[in-house]
Design a protein around this ligand. Structure first.
Ligand SMILES: Cc1cc2nc3c(=O)[nH]c(=O)nc-3n(C[C@H](O)[C@H](O)[C@H](O)COP(=O)(O)O)c2cc1C
Length: 337
């Protein structure tokens, strides 16, 4: 969607999104995901509405490339006027819309009545949505959870948000109390959709594109979060080019690309630390011996990291002792000696 004003209602179904993830979905990762899928809808990391107005650093963190469209910025906060000013600023910058975070369970956020805290104050939650919708032409959506400790209030809560002007609602199928424990329950989300005319997305435990399609039921689409960490292949349809099971060597080539994209925006020290989370994802599921894994995850110098990734792309793992361990064609590590 190069036209940022295209509405959620017009988007082809299923709507497939990269879930907003703090520390993960920066511009580098979003641009990488875009190279894998032209259609995935991209969300920023959650960002303080107040920070957008006051901090040059925060605004810089939200810079995005044209190919990231449709690009949505997720904001958290509590003050409707602050949201309005931040949304107007983002509208000027050409984002497709803003998403209001009403699901973050972090103590600090909830104590300030931000994030999940807004599920307890329906009036304030609606005022925020209404104020943005009245001031801006871009989309206003909400991402929230099933409820505080059960899903009893989900339908009235989400209906009020839609009446206030939310043009899309995403539900993570867990309550605030559950945080990330247990399994996501999608049944209340299906029930909600039967009561709402605006699009509804399901979220929680989707393993890949195919799994999302299977779970989607009567919904308009789904978001993929954790399964996408170090795994941009997760958005490929199973019959699509490339498949969802890349070899370790292929992963290494993508890791190198990803790291280089990060370096366009981040200093070496910062990029190296942040990249570890992604690397852990890229290496997930591979039977790498502990030391070999450590040689990648604990690298403290960019030159060494890039050398090791280049070697890995050739099927070789270099350990600090200089040992070279060939990787068998089965993609699993065959330890030499
Ligand atoms: C590291 C991490 C950071 C997250 N940051 C955000 C965030 O900034 N905003 C948000 O709405 N949800 C955030 N979430 C929650 C995800 O968007 C998603 O709702 C949740 O992980 C469930 O989906 P999944 O099972 O596909 O991961 C985060 C989750 C993780 C694991």
């Amino acid at each position: 969607m190069t036209n940022a004003l295209k509405t959620w209602a017009d988007m082809p179904r299923p709507i497939v999104c990269l879930a907003p993830m703090d520390g993960i979905t920066d511009t580098a990762y979003r641009r990488l995901v875009r190279q894998f899928s032209p259609r995935v809808v991209l969300f920023s990391e959650f960002t303080s509405a107040d920070g957008v107005l006051r901090s040059e650093n925060v605004r810089r963190r939200l810079e995005f490339a044209p190919e990231e469209q449709p690009f949505f910025v997720q904001l958290f906060g509590n003050n409707p006027e602050t949201f309005r000013e931040a949304a107007l600023m983002l509208e000027q910058q050409g984002v497709a819309g803003v998403d209001v975070n009403m699901g973050c369970p972090a103590k600090k956020i909830v104590h300030s009545q931000h994030g999940s805290g807004l599920m307890k104050d329906v009036n304030q939650a609606c005022r925020i949505v209404e104020t943005i919708a009245e001031a801006c032409r871009i989309e206003v959506s909400v991402k929230t959870r099933l409820g505080w400790n059960n899903a009893e209030r989900l339908i009235p809560f989400a209906s009020s948000l839609a009446d206030a002007g939310a043009s899309l609602i995403t539900i993570h199928g867990r309550t605030y109390d559950q945080q990330f424990a247990g399994q996501a329950d999608w049944e209340p989300i299906y029930r909600l959709k039967r009561h709402l005319s605006v699009p509804v997305l399901g979220n929680g435990d989707v393993r890949n594109h195919e799994d999302g399609l299977r779970r989607m039921g009567n919904l308009d689409g789904f978001m993929i979060g954790r399964a996408a960490i170090g795994n941009p292949w997760v958005f490929l349809p199973p019959d699509g080019e490339g498949g969802q099971s890349p070899t370790l060597a292929e992963r290494a080539r993508v890791m190198e690309l990803h790291y280089n994209l990060m370096r366009e925006h981040k200093a070496e020290r910062h990029a190296l630390i942040e990249f570890r989370k992604h690397m852990a994802g890229y290496l997930r599921g591979f039977d790498l011996a502990k030391t070999a894994r450590r040689t990648l995850l604990e690298v403290t110098c960019e030159t060494v990291l890039l050398e090791r990734l280049a070697a890995l792309a050739e099927g070789i793992i270099e350990t600090p002792q200089g040992r070279v361990i060939p990787i068998g064609p089965s993609r699993l590590l065959a330890l030499a000696g």
